[in-house]
Ligand binder design. Structure first.
Ligand SMILES: NC(=O)c1ccc[n+]([C@@H]2O[C@H](COP(=O)([O-])OP(=O)(O)OC[C@H]3O[C@@H](n4cnc5c(N)ncnc54)[C@H](OP(=O)(O)O)[C@@H]3O)[C@@H](O)[C@H]2O)c1
Length: 99
């Protein structure tokens, strides 16, 4: 049964790959990122592997609390429930060793 799945940080890296896989399995994926152009590119990639005509995009910088609140409120307005929330957004800063 198709699930409604919000993946934060799904314009790149692990989030984007996860979004593509879940969309290809028939789930309704809600994309999120900070940049509308990257979101549109991600949506095109999902459209290539999914028949979902309504892949949603949300712009929010999660380092800004007012963006977080607006994002949560918009999701709540558009959906009575989410089946899955994948909190993926973030950066992975590997240490830079000095020898
Ligand atoms: N890659 C690894 O080896 C590794 C290892 C351990 C843990 N992780 C964790 O796995 C997650 C994904 O890593 P990744 O390597 O796939 O990262 P990535 O390729 O850099 O992608 C990061 C995603 O998070 C979004 N993002 C970053 N900062 C954000 C912010 N302030 N507000 C909203 N969205 C934000 C980016 O959106 P835009 O760029 O479109 O704005 C992008 O979609 C991170 O939480 C990271 O800490 C990664």
């Amino acid at each position: 049964m198709p699930k409604t799945i919000l993946i934060t940080g799904s314009t790149d890296g692990i989030g984007l790959e996860t979004a593509k896989m879940l969309a290809s399995l028939g789930h309704h994926v809600l994309l999120h990122g900070r940049n509308l152009a990257k979101l549109k590119a991600a949506k095109n990639k999902l459209s290539a592997v999914s028949s979902d005509q309504d892949i949603e995009m949300y712009v929010a910088d999660l380092s800004l609390m007012h963006n977080v609140e607006d994002f949560a409120n918009t999701i709540a307005e558009n959906h009575s429930k989410l089946d899955v929330l994948i909190n993926n957004a973030g950066v992975y800063n590997a240490s830079d060793p000095i020898t």
